[in-house]
Design a protein around this ligand. Sequence first.
Ligand SMILES: CC(C)(COP(=O)(O)OP(=O)(O)OC[C@H]1O[C@@H](n2cnc3c(N)ncnc32)[C@H](O)[C@@H]1OP(=O)(O)O)[C@@H](O)C(=O)NCCC(=O)NCCS
Ligand SMILES: [Zn+2]
Length: 299
Amino acid sequence: MTEKLHTSYEELVAHKLMDTVALNSKFSIGVISHNDELKRRIDEGVLGRFFNEFAALYRGIYAGEPWNEYLICTNDDCGKKTGLPTEASLEKTDEEFNANPEKNCCPDCKSPMKLFYEPTNIEQNFVRVFKEKIFASLLFSHNDISTEMQMAGFSLGWETTVHDGYKDKMIIGAGDLGKQVLTYDEYFSEFREHLGKTHTEHTPVFNSAELAIAQKARDARASYPLLNAVYTRGQQNLAVYPGQEIPVIGHTLSGSKAEAIFKKVGFTTGMQKPGSEEVRVYSTLPRLIAGTQKYISTK
Ligand SMILES: CC(C)(COP(=O)(O)OP(=O)(O)OC[C@H]1O[C@@H](n2cnc3c(N)ncnc32)[C@H](O)[C@@H]1OP(=O)(O)O)[C@@H](O)C(=O)NCCC(=O)NCCS
Ligand SMILES: [Zn+2]
C-alpha cells in the first residue's frame, strides 16, 4: 500500500531528499540542495505538495510587512503595491480576488490590480531553480495538536560570481521593482572595499537571497539556525579551494528587522543611495557560520 504523504515534511523525508535536525521543542530545520537525485525526483513529480506549500508560504510572507507584495497595479508607470493584513488568510483572499478581480482598483491611479506573484508562475519558477541551483534551509514548526510538522520559514541561496551577483539579486522577487540601485562599477568597488582587493569578477560568491519566517513562527529567534543551516551547506558545496573564504552577498531594506539580524551575524552594510530603501550586505561564509552559531538556542 502506498502511504499518503500529508505534509511537505513527510514528502521530503520519505523520499530521502532532506537532512533534518530537531532544534528545540518548537522547531526542526531541514536542508535540501540541488543535485542529480533531487532533479530526478522533481522530474518524477514526487514533490508536488512541497512546491505547492512553498509557493503559498512565500507569497503569504511577502504579502505582509515590510514588502506588501500581494497585489500590484497593472499600470507600469504607477506600480503601486498593496499588502495583505497579518490576520488575513491567503487562500480566502485569493478566492475573493479570483471571483471578482475587476473589483480591485489601484488606490493611487484606479487602474486594475493583479496578483503580485501569480501562483502557478511562481511555483513553476521554484521548480526550475530548485532543480538548477538552490541551497535551502527550511523551518518546520511542531504542531501542538498533532504530530504534523508545518513548514514555517526558509532561507535560500545559490552560487554565483562577483560579476553575475550584480544582477542576480532575487529569484523572482521584484525587490525595489527590479531597479539596480548601484551601477556595476559602484557595486564592484563596494564589494572589494568590504571583502578585500584580491577578488576578481570571477571569484565564486554565495548569494544569500532569502530569509523569511511565517507570522506564527516569528520572534522565536528561528532566523539564526535557518541562516546557519543554509550557510553551512553552502560552505560544504562551494569549497572550491580548501581554506578559501567564500564571499557572501545579500540585499535588504535599510532599517528593517532583517538588516538588524544580518548585522548581528556578521554582515557589513554597503552604501544607501538617496531615494532608495535598499542596501547591499557583504560577509564571508566562515564569518556568518560563526556569527549565527552564537545565537542558536536549543532550549
Ligand atoms: C526577517 C524575519 C525572517 C525575521 O524573523 P523573526 O522571527 O521575525 O525574527 P527572529 O526572532 O528570528 O530574530 C530576532 C532578532 O531580530 C532583531 N529584532 C527583533 N525585533 C526587531 C525590531 N523591531 N527592529 C529591529 N530588529 C529587531 C533582533 O536583533 C532580534 O535578535 P535578538 O533576539 O537576538 O535580540 C521575519 O521578520 C520575516 O520573515 N520578515 C518578512 C520577510 C523579510 O523581510 N525577509 C528579509 C528579506 S531581506
Ligand atoms: Zn496604480
